[in-house]
Each structure stands twice: as C-alpha cells, then as structure tokens.
Design a protein around this ligand. Structure first.
Ligand code: HEM
Length: 122
C-alpha cells in the first residue's frame, strides 16, 4: 500500500521536530515575531502543539486536532501577503534543516498554501 504524506514525513516525531524549528523561527522573526508578543512561553508551546496536531491530521496521520479552524484562529490579526511569504520561508527552512526530500516538502507546502486564503487578510 502506498504510504501517505504523514508516514513519508516520518510520522509524529518528525513533524513535531519540524514545527518546533518553524515556530522558533516565527517567534524570533523581525517581521512576524510581533504577532506572538505577549504570549507566555506556555502559550507558545500550546500554539506549537496545536500546529503539530493540525499538520499531522491534514497529512493523513491519526492525530486529533482540537484547535479552532484556521479562519477563526487568524481572524483580526491582519496577516499580510508579505507576512505569509515570511512564514513559508521559515517553514521551508525548517523542512530543509531536517533534509525533508523535495517531493514531501512540495506536498506539505502545497497543503499549507491551501490555507493562505483563510489566514491572509491584508
Ligand atoms: C505569518 C503567518 C502566520 C502568523 C503571523 C500566525 C499567527 C498566529 C497567531 C498569533 C495565533 C494565535 C491566535 C490566538 O490565540 O488568538 C495563531 C494560531 C494558529 N495558527 Fe497561525 N499564523 C500564521 C500562519 C500559520 C500557518 C502557516 C499555520 C499552519 C501550518 C498556522 C496554524 C495555526 C494554528 C493551528 C493555530 C492555533 C489555533 C487555535 O488556537 O485554536 N498558522 N497563528
């Protein structure tokens, strides 16, 4: 049987490792870091956890996602197209850090690109 994207990415632990790096880059970023100002360390950990579970679910994993839908979660933040480009750059850098193969990288980035219309407001 063909392996789904979740399996090909290496399952939960691999996806979680990528998300940890992605979010560290987001939190420290000079452009998009401002969105996370005022969030406690625990809140940031929780946010990363929700993103891990969301990505596991949308890639075909067994995870349950208990967070809000993407439109609701980002509504009113005023995320711009330029902010979005930064996020994609940071996610790509995180995938590259773990040498995720091009095929799996492209598939994940395509899934994430599908979220753009509901996350970007400006
Ligand atoms: C520049 C791009 C982005 C920014 C600035 C951003 C920012 C944020 C912020 C500030 C929150 C917390 C909102 C709140 O608690 O009120 C949030 C929630 C969330 N974001 Fe993003 N986000 C971005 C892109 C993404 C992407 C690409 C994904 C998925 C891969 C994602 C997945 C999530 C998830 C799962 C939550 C949690 C929903 C919940 O709290 O129930 N975000 N985002």
């Amino acid at each position: 049987m063909k392996k789904n994207l979740y399996e090909r990415l290496g399952g939960y632990d691999s996806i979680a490792a990528v998300v940890d790096v992605f979010m560290e880059l987001q939190f420290a970023d000079k452009q998009v870091g401002r969105f996370y100002v005022g969030h406690s360390t625990k809140s940031k950990t929780r946010l990363s956890q929700l993103i891990k579970e969301m990505l596991c679910k949308v890639t075909g994993g067994p995870a349950k996602y208990i967070g809000r839908d993407m439109r609701t979660a980002h509504s009113g933040l005023g995320i711009t197209g330029s902010d979005w480009q930064v996020a994609v750059k940071n996610l790509t850098a995180a995938l590259d850090k773990f040498n995720v193969p091009q095929k799996e990288k492209d598939e994940l980035l395509a899934i994430v690109a599908g979220l753009r219309p509901v996350i970007v407001e400006l």
